[in-house]
Design a protein around this ligand. Structure first.
Ligand SMILES: [Zn+2]
Length: 330
């Protein structure tokens, strides 16, 4: 089976940590591929999430100008096109790009315009998610969610909380989540990745998200798995990234196949393309080789992901039609 040309849906993709060498070398001409692989790409196995995230400042250093953000987004679309993406949601934390004086609002405007251009040039439908981070203050979280509100009607479609789940509490960010609820802003939140089932329960109860980023450690609690199924909460799963971060020791031990067989709504994403050196096509190849997944399984996951996508229903219906037609033909 040729996994490359099948249309794909990706809901969990961090833009900043997907900076490719081609964009990086334009922003830092002295950079060699060797140094890029050593200092910007994380090893196949990291000690923990904090170790993995330690490479982020080096990447962010290159993403503090309008040109940097435009190149990042433009090259992202090239990577998406290589994967035959039908629909992608790209996420980033605007407040991480202010080191050289760009205003958060301008950062969102620059990336939104570049994503709009990339989407029109490639035909890949796109929405953006603005992230707060666990180590941010309550004010920074609030500033981020207010940006989502200010950009309503653009490609900016949702709010997320990412970062070091085990190191920082959820409580700091509850006010921002309440604002999102009050303003009918769609919510996804990272939970059940670096921390266990308790973190997922806490997020479900206190945040009431539309979707969960990862959520893989829900497998530790059968009652939680049942709850996720009953609530039809979609899980954005990134198996290679989870193995890299030792959430699961090996790919075959990843819970994605078990939770899929349980009937949970889940989809496959990469999380990012640089810190985790993977493509979505490669992820499909690994799923097929490891768990014996076939065309129908990927079709089902992509339909699940589209149904959970933060895009208006008429666009969703059109994407579903195109996706199903392509899989039926393949
Ligand atoms: Zn993530």
């Amino acid at each position: 089976m040729d996994w490359v040309t099948l249309p794909k849906v990706e809901l969990h993709l961090h833009l900043d940590t997907s900076l490719n060498f081609e964009a990086a070398v334009q922003l830092k001409p002295s950079l060699t591929r060797e140094v890029f692989l050593r200092d910007y790409v994380a090893p196949e196995k990291c000690l923990n999430l904090a170790d993995f995230l330690s490479r982020v400042p080096r990447i962010l250093e290159l993403l503090q100008t309008e040109r940097g953000l435009q190149l990042l987004t433009q090259e992202m679309f090239r990577q998406l096109a290589d994967d035959h993406m039908l629909y992608a949601e790209l996420r980033f934390a605007p407040l991480l790009h202010t080191q050289q004086g760009l205003a958060p609002k301008d950062i969102v405007r620059i990336i939104e315009a570049a994503a709009d251009k990339g989407s029109k040039a490639t035909g890949i439908e796109t929405r953006l998610i603005l992230c707060s981070l666990r180590h941010f203050s309550a004010d920074q979280s609030m500033e981020t969610v207010q940006l989502v509100d200010q950009f309503k009607g653009s490609r900016v479609a949702a709010f997320d909380l990412a970062g070091d789940e085990a190191g920082y509490p959820l409580a700091t960010h509850l006010e921002a989540f309440r604002f999102a609820k009050d303003r009918h802003i769609a919510i996804t939140s990272h939970a059940g990745e670096a921390s266990g089932a308790q973190s997922v329960w806490e997020t479900l109860d206190q945040v009431q998200p539309d979707r969960l980023g990862h959520g893989v450690r829900s497998i530790e609690d059968p009652a939680l798995v049942a709850r996720l199924k009953q609530m039809q909460i979609h899980l954005e799963m990134c198996p290679t990234c989870n193995v890299q971060l030792e959430v699961f020791p090996t790919y075959p031990e990843h819970c994605i196949d078990r939770l899929y067989r349980e009937g949970l709504s889940l989809g496959i994403s990469t999380d990012n393309r640089t810190l985790t050196p993977v493509t979505l096509t490669r992820e499909y190849e690994k799923m097929a080789a490891t768990f014996g997944w076939g065309k129908q399984d990927f079709q089902k996951c992509n339909v699940n992901a589209l149904n959970a996508a933060f895009v208006p229903q008429p666009i969703k219906d059109d994407l579903l039609r195109r996706l199903n037609a392509a899989y039926d033909r393949a």
